[in-house]
Design a protein around this ligand. Structure first.
Ligand SMILES: [Zn+2]
Length: 97
């Protein structure tokens, strides 16, 4: 039987959710730069992995983090914005998600 579009979407969503939870376990919960908790957290590149921002949130982006763990950091959105805008030191590329 062919999978319905809804079932496929749901299966993909679950797959992404599982992968995301796995990725989150690999990183400390505080911000890499300011070590604060409780802010909205994002991932950013410390080193380029060849993956660009357009794949943000995708299964591919999450797989890339799993495979290149040392190339990523978890940042709070404030540090991430500050670094991206050049106001804070620490060279980073755009986060894939
Ligand atoms: Zn921070």
């Amino acid at each position: 039987m062919k999978e319905s579009p809804e079932a496929l979407r749901e299966r993909k969503r679950r797959q992404r959710e599982k992968l995301r939870n796995l990725v989150l376990l690999l990183f400390p919960k505080d911000c890499f730069r300011c070590h604060r908790f409780g802010l909205e957290m994002e991932f950013a590149h410390l080193k380029p992995t060849g993956l660009r921002g357009r794949q943000r949130g995708s299964v591919e982006a999450l797989r890339d983090v799993l495979q290149n763990r040392e190339s990523y950091a978890r940042l709070c959105w404030e540090c991430h914005r500050g670094i991206d805008s050049g106001k804070l030191p620490l060279e980073l590329e755009e986060a894939p998600f």
